[in-house]
Design a protein around this ligand. Structure first.
Ligand code: FES
Ligand code: FES
Length: 183
């Protein structure tokens, strides 16, 4: 077992994990934060998306030990107390879900999308959520929900909740993105 310390939704969580424990399983099974869903376990569906140091990441592709020292935000940490995040309001107002299985991951990906581009075109929205699958809605209501959030504008502090200081994981992910030519 390996000791880790991860700040999750603003709270430092220390734990012992097996080296093979995936971040999504750590969140769901050890912290009981079940908003991040497991839809495939093969990094395809995006249902497990959370923010790691302010960037959306599929938490089934990260070992919990890799996130040691990171700031993780899950859907449970997105609202500011009783005040919904604009994306949560958008999904509520525009009926951006049916079964809801994809919704937490879809919203967390959209957080990054609006953080990077607060006024995206419809095409940019569709590209921004292309790593997240929805089997119910046909996507149009999801697009409408994100457009609704963009019209509402960012909450105080911006669309992306404060991630705190960047960790070694974020630095290595950023460098991998750079090498891959990602934006
Ligand atoms: Fe992580 Fe599907 S469960 S991408
Ligand atoms: Fe059912 Fe998206 S609302 S998978």
């Amino acid at each position: 077992m390996i000791p880790i310390s991860i700040t999750v939704n603003g709270k430092v969580r220390k734990a012992q994990v097996e080296p093979r424990t995936l971040l999504v399983h750590f969140l769901r099974e050890q912290l009981h934060l079940t908003g991040a869903h497991v839809g495939c376990d093969t990094s395809q569906c995006g249902a497990c998306t959370v923010l790691v140091d302010g960037r959306s990441a599929k938490s089934c592709t990260i070992f919990a030990v890799q996130a040691d020292g990171s700031q993780v935000v899950t859907i449970e940490g997105l609202a500011n107390g009783d005040e919904l995040h604009p994306l949560q309001t958008g999904f509520w107002e525009e009926h951006g879900l049916q079964c809801g299985y994809c919704t937490p991951g879809m919203i967390m990906s959209a957080v990054n999308l609006l953080g990077d581009n607060p006024q995206p075109s419809e095409q940019e929205i569709r590209e921004g959520i292309s790593g997240n699958f929805c089997r119910c809605t046909g996507y149009q209501h999801i697009v409408n929900s994100i457009q609704h959030a963009a019209k509402l504008g960012p909450p105080k502090g911006g669309y992306v909740p404060s991630g705190g200081p960047a960790s070694a994981f974020a630095a290595s992910a950023a460098s991998a993105d750079k090498k891959a030519g990602a934006r």
